[in-house]
Design a binder for this molecule. Structure first.
Ligand SMILES: C[S@@+](CC[C@H](N)C(=O)[O-])C[C@H]1O[C@@H](n2cnc3c(N)ncnc32)[C@H](O)[C@@H]1O
Length: 405
């Protein structure tokens, strides 16, 4: 049990710079974090965040650690999140929940600072310290400073409990303005970038309602726990064929999918083509299978070919030589699995990995996910699943070959 509880997620790759070109850590060893500045980066000024304090020593966690975990998820996924918690983390028990947020009572269980259990539906998981309320930001910040006596933080994340709800409100709370006020109150530079770096001690402010915030903390570690609310930081660029570009972009970042230029990928359910576009941008040669037409920007790419038919109508021998099987069909998950299974169990077909979107017709179907993941294992792949923040009511599975066929 202890092994399962304290299992760490896959190690976070430490890039020399992140996707926005900011400097990143070269490595982290036994609590020591070293930072490097990439070529072309502006020289750090003496007041730049990374020089603000001695980064060779981790900022100590608060003495008052909090007795609840707070997990955030897509609105509607709360019950699926709790089912997953009951399966892998029975030591904690569900406490309060609201759309987009579930809290869990820790009892005697005191997880490590960077605890990030594999809750699949959780975008991020923090330690909750409680709620503050007040008529204005200054009032809430004053309450927060009474509640949170710990004063040394590396950064502050401010995020909405339910981003979609926030967008629909008549007077949405401006999380950037709240963050600015909090950075000021805690003596942190206004220039701190939104994302934390692995190892950062993060003060979390979850905007629950216009007059109420949830307050907590975590130590950033995984790709997602570095982002406010675990949300993918990239927007959909206007030149992309579909939102699937962004979903795949997030899956690649979250799972650290090692796509290599020159590899071959085939996508089942490729139209209008955003995911194929993302694969092409990674330098892969791509075949898109779909009866529907693919966007011209993708169709005209020299490394792209479309097979205009249903996946089941493609001769199995044609799937030989692909490194990646990608599936994003708007059909029942069992039919998606049937299509993938037919391919990956065929003679001579030896992909290194599968990236599959399993669409949930309704949330109750999430209960079937463990069985679906077993199918990947039966085919000889090691699946990892996550509901990515840019997707809809669906789960993304990345499964790498675990043994030779
Ligand atoms: C969500 S869209 C895919 C989006 C796409 N991945 C992208 O990047 O833009 C679902 C697609 O699955 C296709 N589809 C559904 N059943 C299919 C099947 N049996 N074989 C191939 N494509 C299928 C539909 O035609 C539809 O275009």
């Amino acid at each position: 049990m202890a092994k399962r509880l304290f299992r760490r997620p896959a190690p976070v790759p430490f890039p020399r710079s992140d996707e926005k070109g900011r400097p990143g850590p070269l490595g982290a060893r036994a609590g020591l974090i070293f930072w490097v500045y990439d070529w072309g980066m502006p020289e750090p000024s003496p007041t730049s965040p990374s020089l603000r304090r001695d980064r060779s020593v981790a900022t100590p966690a608060p003495a008052v650690r909090g007795t609840f975990l707070l997990a955030t998820c897509q609105g509607g996924a709360e019950a699926s999140l709790v089912s997953r918690q009951e399966a892998i983390l029975p030591e904690v028990s569900k406490a309060a929940w609201r759309r987009g947020v579930v809290t869990f009572r820790l009892g005697n269980f005191d997880p490590p600072d960077d605890f990030f259990p594999d809750l699949i539906y959780a975008r991020t998981v923090i330690r909750s310290l409680g709620q503050v309320a007040g008529a204005s930001d200054p009032e809430r910040i004053a309450s927060m400073r009474t509640l949170v006596t710990h004063t040394e933080w590396d950064t502050i994340h401010v995020w909405h409990r339910d981003p979609r709800l926030a967008a629909q409100t008549d007077s949405p709370v401006d999380s950037l303005a709240v963050r600015g006020a909090l950075l000021d109150a805690y003596g942190l530079p206004a220039s701190l970038p939104p994302a934390a770096r692995p190892g950062d001690l993060v003060l979390d402010c979850v905007i629950d309602a216009a007059d109420r915030w949830w307050v907590g903390w975590h130590r950033a570690g995984t790709v997602t726990s570095c982002q406010p609310g675990g949300m993918h930081p990239n927007e959909l660029p206007s030149d992309k064929a579909s939102r699937a570009w962004l979903k795949l972009d997030e899956a690649i970042a979250t799972f650290g999918v090692d796509l290599r230029p020159g590899q071959r990928a085939v996508e089942l359910g490729a139209s209008p083509g955003g995911a194929c576009q993302r694969l092409l941008e990674a330098g892969l040669t791509v075949v898109g299978i779909d009866p529907a037409l693919v966007d011209d920007r993708v169709a005209g790419h020299p490394n792209f070919e479309q097979w205009r038919m249903r996946a089941r109508d493609v001769k199995l021998k044609n799937f030989r030589g692909f490194d990646w099987i990608v599936a994003d069909m708007n059909i029942d998950p069992r039919s998606t699995l049937e299509s993938i299974g037919r391919i990956v169990t065929a003679a001579g077909v030896k992909p290194a990995g599968i990236i599959a979107t399993l669409k949930l017709p309704d949330w109750s179907r999430a209960a079937e996910l463990p069985g679906w993941l077993d199918q990947f294992r039966e085919w000889g792949f090691a699946p990892r699943a996550r509901q990515v923040s840019t997707g809809g009511r669906e789960v993304c599975v990345v499964a790498l070959k675990s043994r030779r066929k």
